[in-house]
Design a protein around this ligand. Structure first.
Ligand code: FES
Length: 64
């Protein structure tokens, strides 16, 4: 997992920022958007955010 990799280009939000937001309680794509701005621009990354969140819930040990 490369924390510095960019997940949302519109707002320059890294994987690491999303992981931290989810750990802080953002458990939906909407809440990730409120916490980080990710997904609130063109919306193109929203399907990715949804699958990323799903993967984090399924394999939490991969996102420590
Ligand atoms: S790439 Fe995330 S909102 Fe556009």
């Amino acid at each position: 997992m490369k924390r510095e990799k960019i997940a949302c280009n519109c707002h320059n939000v890294s994987y690491g920022k999303i992981i931290d937001a989810v750990h802080a309680g953002a458990d939906t794509v909407e809440k990730i958007g409120e916490a980080t701005g990710a997904g609130t621009g063109c919306g193109g990354c929203r399907p990715f955010l949804a699958s990323f969140l799903e993967d984090m819930k399924r394999f939490p040990e991969d996102y420590q």
